[in-house]
Design a protein around this ligand. Structure first.
Ligand code: NIG
Ligand code: FE
Length: 417
């Protein structure tokens, strides 16, 4: 007889996060905790979540397969990294050293470093080589409990090269279990070999790249870097509006070194605005009044030695807050999302409830994916389990407690293969 239902457990604690609101402060006392919990799965979805014994009694039948867990485990929704630049070739160790020897971002770029140096390495790599670099990075994320990851292009900066990156992202996305959402970041900077203004470059993307992205379904989301060294708010607004009209999802790199990007994100109806290290009262208030999800990128603050996103003030004003790694070779080479989120929580005084929401359901909202990010009936059975009996131990260890087991769409991920 075919067994259609699988019951996992008992977990010492299950944190379903099913009642966490999508915005605002949330204290640990408000966190829903199921002691000796169980997760009932049907195919790739969750069928029920509750106390293990109760689920066992309710669903006990020939059709129930029980996966009994003898070790102490705490279960959470699979983590979501909503902002990465994982697809790249080369290293920027020289930039890192130069920064820490007193050189500025602009001096480093002028001396041949910065985004443009990664563009050279990435253009020199074949699609197959990019895939070979990307696959182990994704496997590392999945082993750490990240079951959905956003990956940007943006180191091609030419129609054919951006397509190469997006094809590599798509192909690796399909070759392993972690769900990969591709974002086109051809508007990362005006490439040095483009002969024209920023608006001419963006118009060129709309004309020559966007139809190809649509035709091959290479990405549903577009991003732009709004900054002095990249694109102005005015040029970005025209580009984002044109993309919105064409039905694409939008996100923005904004307010990283100078303000301006968050206002554009709000005006253009972006799903998220990411960075926000220099956002002030005005920007925070505007974000709190909007539906745009602010995304903190503590890995970039750590990598550059800059201020953290004002996460506490955003939440206290009533905004949402997702937390992502920004894993990239320049500003955020570390790529350890859990460690970064734990460190952010110390500096910004975030509760564990706010951190876990930022890594799960609120990150899902930043990506427009409401089929995941909580352990609730009907949602994807994406689950991470940590080897402890007390959820507080996980962030306390600041990333050094590794995920013990991971299930993606109902299937356990086997790390040894
Ligand atoms: O999110 N801010 C712009 N883009 C990346 C950095 C990319 C790079 O330096 O290669 C970021 O920090
Ligand atoms: Fe980024």
């Amino acid at each position: 007889m075919e067994r259609t239902l699988r019951l996992l457990g008992p977990f010492r604690q299950v944190l379903p996060l099913s009642r966490v609101p999508l915005r605002g402060a949330w204290r640990d006392e408000q966190l829903e905790l199921i002691q000796e919990g169980g997760l009932l799965m049907k195919g790739e979805r969750l069928e029920a979540v509750g106390p293990f014994d109760k689920l066992y009694r309710t669903y006990r039948s020939d059709q129930l397969e029980v996966v009994r867990l003898d070790e102490p485990l705490v279960a959470l929704p699979g983590l979501i990294d909503a902002h990465t630049h994982l697809c790249f070739a080369g290293s920027r160790a020289r930039d890192f050293a130069a920064r820490n020897n007193g050189k500025s971002y602009l001096e480093i770029a002028a001396a041949g470093g910065g985004i443009w140096s990664t563009v050279q390495h990435t253009r020199n790599a074949s699609q197959a080589q990019l895939e070979a670099l990307l696959l182990p990075r994704l496997e590392t994320l999945l082993a750490s409990g990240i079951t959905t990851v956003e990956v940007k292009s943006g180191y091609g900066l030419r129609v054919d090269e951006e397509c190469k990156m997006l094809r590599a992202i798509q192909s690796v996305g399909q070759a392993q279990p972690c769900d990969v959402l591709a974002t086109c970041l051809a508007a990362h900077m005006v490439p040095r070999d483009f002969d024209g203004t920023e608006s001419m470059y963006l118009d060129h993307l709309l004309e020559a790249l966007v139809p190809l992205v649509r035709k091959e379904s290479l990405a549903q989301r577009f991003d732009i870097f709004i900054e002095k060294s990249a694109f102005s708010p005015a040029a970005a607004t025209a580009y984002l509006r044109a993309l919105k009209e064409r039905g694409f999802d939008l996100c923005v790199h904004g307010d990283q070194f100078t303000v301006g990007g968050s206002a554009v994100a709000i005006a253009c109806g972006a799903r998220s605005v990411d960075h926000l290290e220099v956002s002030g009262e005005k920007e925070i208030e505007a974000l709190a009044q909007s539906t745009v999800v602010p995304v903190a990128l503590p890995g970039a603050s750590i990598g550059l030695g800059c201020a953290f996103t004002p996460a506490r003030r955003l939440l206290d004003r009533g905004a949402s807050l997702a937390i992502a790694s920004d894993w990239n070779p320049g500003s955020a080479p570390q790529g350890q999302l859990l460690a970064q989120a734990a460190i952010l929580s110390c500096y910004e005084k975030l509760s564990a409830a706010e951190v876990w929401a930022g890594l799960t359901c609120r990150a899902a909202a930043a990506l427009g994916r409401n089929d995941r990010g909580r352990l609730s009936e009907g949602l994807l059975a994406d689950i991470v389990a940590f080897p402890t009996a007390d959820y507080r131990e996980i962030l306390y260890h600041q990333g050094s407690m590794q995920a013990a087991r991971v299930w993606k769409r109902g299937r356990e991920v086997n790390f040894s293969s």
